[in-house]
Write a protein that binds this ligand. Structure first.
Ligand SMILES: [Zn+2]
Length: 206
């Protein structure tokens, strides 16, 4: 949206990619939801988002503005870049939630991802010991690690389901403490996800 109105015709400001008076490409909004004209929700319909993305990519594509004014060419490049970032971020639930938290003024998770969730302390210790063993050639550690990997993958799936439920809960009530719970869930998910990768690497390394 251009606060000063349309740069070309001077029409009153409005939230849109194109001026509703003269259909000129406007400077794009940098907020992903506003840019896409989407309701600010955590629960996003990804197939609908994808359709929307393809439609908008064609509308703002730089090829369409090759013969346009310098302003139009610049806005088309800007809009294309924002559109790609917005799509990549919003189609992925974790990236979307992190973006949403930042926009709501909450420090995104990530700093605490090395902190072991208390309920996993013992298992993480065992897994690290088993990984050491395997690295040293102790093949007897392998079955235990494979079992642990299956459990961690299942746990990551459960955390994804928890996140989905929290998204729906937030969208209904818009309560800030739900956002805090989401941040906690993201933290645990990030930890478990790193753990899955670590064990996968340990099992495939030779
Ligand atoms: Zn205009």
């Amino acid at each position: 949206m251009n606060a000063a109105g349309c740069w070309k015709c001077g029409g009153e400001p409005h939230d849109s990619l194109f001026c509703k008076f003269c259909n000129t490409l406007l400077p794009p909004a940098t907020d992903y939801y506003r840019f896409l004209g989407l309701e600010r929700r955590l629960d996003v319909d990804v197939p609908a988002l994808q359709d929307h993305y393809y439609r908008l990519s064609r509308l703002v594509h730089p090829d369409r503005f090759q013969n346009g004014t310098p302003n139009e060419r610049r806005f088309s490049l800007d809009a294309t870049a924002i559109l790609n970032d917005a799509y990549r971020t919003l189609r992925d639930p974790v990236a979307r939630a992190e973006y949403f938290l930042r926009e709501e003024g909450l420090e995104p998770p990530g700093q605490n991802t090395r902190r072991v969730p208390p309920e996993l302390l013992e298992e993480v210790f065992e897994v690290n010991t088993a990984l050491e063993e395997l690295r040293g050639g102790g093949e007897s550690a392998r079955p235990g690690l494979e079992a642990a990997l299956a459990r961690f993958r299942a746990l990551r799936g459960e955390l994804d389901a928890d996140l989905g439920a929290l998204f729906a809960l937030y969208d209904r009530g818009r309560e800030r403490d739900v956002l805090m719970k989401i941040r906690g869930a993201l933290d645990r998910r990030s930890f478990v996800s790193n753990l899955v990768e670590e064990v996968e690497e340990g099992l495939t390394a030779r």
